[in-house]
Write a protein that binds this ligand. Sequence first.
Ligand SMILES: *[C@@H]1O[C@H](CO)[C@@H](O)[C@H](O)[C@H]1NC(C)=O
Ligand SMILES: *[C@@H]1O[C@H](CO)[C@@H](O)[C@H](O)[C@H]1NC(C)=O
Ligand SMILES: *[C@@H]1O[C@H](CO)[C@@H](O)[C@H](O)[C@H]1NC(C)=O
Ligand SMILES: *[C@@H]1O[C@H](CO)[C@@H](O)[C@H](O)[C@H]1NC(C)=O
Length: 487
Amino acid sequence: MFTATLITLSLISLTIPSSSSDHQPQSTTDVCIIGSSLAHFLRKYSPTTAQIRMFERHPVVGGRMATVTIAGETFEAGASILHPKNYHALNFTHMLNLKVKGPSASESSFSLGIWDGQKFLFKTIDSDSKNQIVQYFISLANSIRMLFRYGVSLLKMNNFVEVTVDNFLKYYESEESRPIFSNVEDMLKWADLYNLTTHTLEEELVGLKFSPLLIQELITVITRINYGQSVRISGLAGAVSLAGSGGDLWSVEGGNWQMAAGLINQSDVTLHLQEEISSITNVGGFYELKSTNGNSYTCQITVVATPLDELTTQFTPEISIPERKLQHTYATFVRGLLNPAYFGLNSVSDLPELVGTIESSELPFTCISVLKEHNADDFTYKLFSRQSLTDALLDQIFSIRNETIRINWGAYPHYQAPEEFAPFMLDDMYLYYVNAFENAASTMETSAVAAENMARLILSRLAGQQPLGSYGLKSSTSDSNLQHPEL
Ligand SMILES: *[C@@H]1O[C@H](CO)[C@@H](O)[C@H](O)[C@H]1NC(C)=O
Ligand SMILES: *[C@@H]1O[C@H](CO)[C@@H](O)[C@H](O)[C@H]1NC(C)=O
Ligand SMILES: *[C@@H]1O[C@H](CO)[C@@H](O)[C@H](O)[C@H]1NC(C)=O
Ligand SMILES: *[C@@H]1O[C@H](CO)[C@@H](O)[C@H](O)[C@H]1NC(C)=O
């Protein structure tokens, strides 16, 4: 998995009815937003909202959800897996008549090896047997071997993840009992998730008396696969990462990007593909957006729902947000055959289906996994790395390489506990930033959760409901007057 957002790389412009700003000329009543599931929630909470326009700088929607096709088969190239409790994503999938794809039998019982650059520190036993009883005993044997290596703290992993997932479920409570949050900190505190962002996963797990070997090996393998980073990511990003390594994960058949495309399709937005917004200028009562295509749009409200970190958009006046770097993940897809000699092995069949790695500056990749076995000497693999993999290196790792596709993703934030959060409101008017929530955790579902809150925040402020300052822990009963403002 690499997790990424539902709502990325796109600018929407939404026209609200002129009655709400009848003192201004018609041309200033636009609201410009960046993000797709946001449009869905705006429509849901305010069906009377007028025209929505969406600007996407790429030729396709979906942002960090995309697929590649190799040997006639489609594979997720970016954000790839969803958790069974990702309820927004599940609802989108059902509402859009998309099909849920569970892990195939081979994916759910894949073999794992932990590679340190010289040798495998740990390998699960693998078997080609299709016999269920044989499979059962092999997985039992693997569990026992893991317990031997990592000790009983292995059993605490599930508990740590479950507590965090349960806290996250508060964001699905009804709008009556769930406040509208005007900043990320309050949103996280309300669900008891904030503390996990103030220290690293490593600190959290050491505090919980996890064995050092478990942290250095298995847990590091998981954070490297999911976030391309070490156990020094925040405890919250770490818990989300561990949740994404469990069973019952799913994806959308044919590609997760279809959720974004379907939501846009159903939200009655006018989509402007390949139109990038180059500047956002506050000109008194409204915002002027200029696109690289030379067009200009006036908007009463503007929402950025793509990471600002690498955007060159000019803001006037300038905005100030905490500095953040995106972690780049290079996804390399190879059709061919791994070279067992690179791993000190004699036969390809001795190689695990997932090669995970520990933190080591010498390791050129973070993981290699088999996506598909076409036949005994023809596979499709996916590699993740922090740098682009050169042909020379790939020719050492692979003995046959018939097709190679490289994608460089600005995949997720480079997490640094204690996390500092950008504001949801970029100024004291109507300039918003959904991806401020990404410093908590970056997944398709967290984007949807942030977008749902953002839609309510925008509509409540539009309806002139105050105060919008702080919704602390005591606020859950006191702001029941804040839901469903009519436009
Ligand atoms: C998902 O859909 C069901 C049925 O329409 C609804 O009850 C539930 O609240 C939805 N969940 C979310 C997270 O929107
Ligand atoms: C969060 O940390 C603070 C300070 O360490 C502590 O007082 C508070 O009880 C913690 N909250 C939770 C929910 O763990
Ligand atoms: C958009 O929605 C309509 C029905 O609402 C459907 O017929 C069409 O296939 C959808 N298009 C895409 C690209 O999802
Ligand atoms: C891959 O390339 C080799 C030669 O480099 C060729 O023999 C083999 O048939 C090719 N396999 C596929 C599946 O294209």
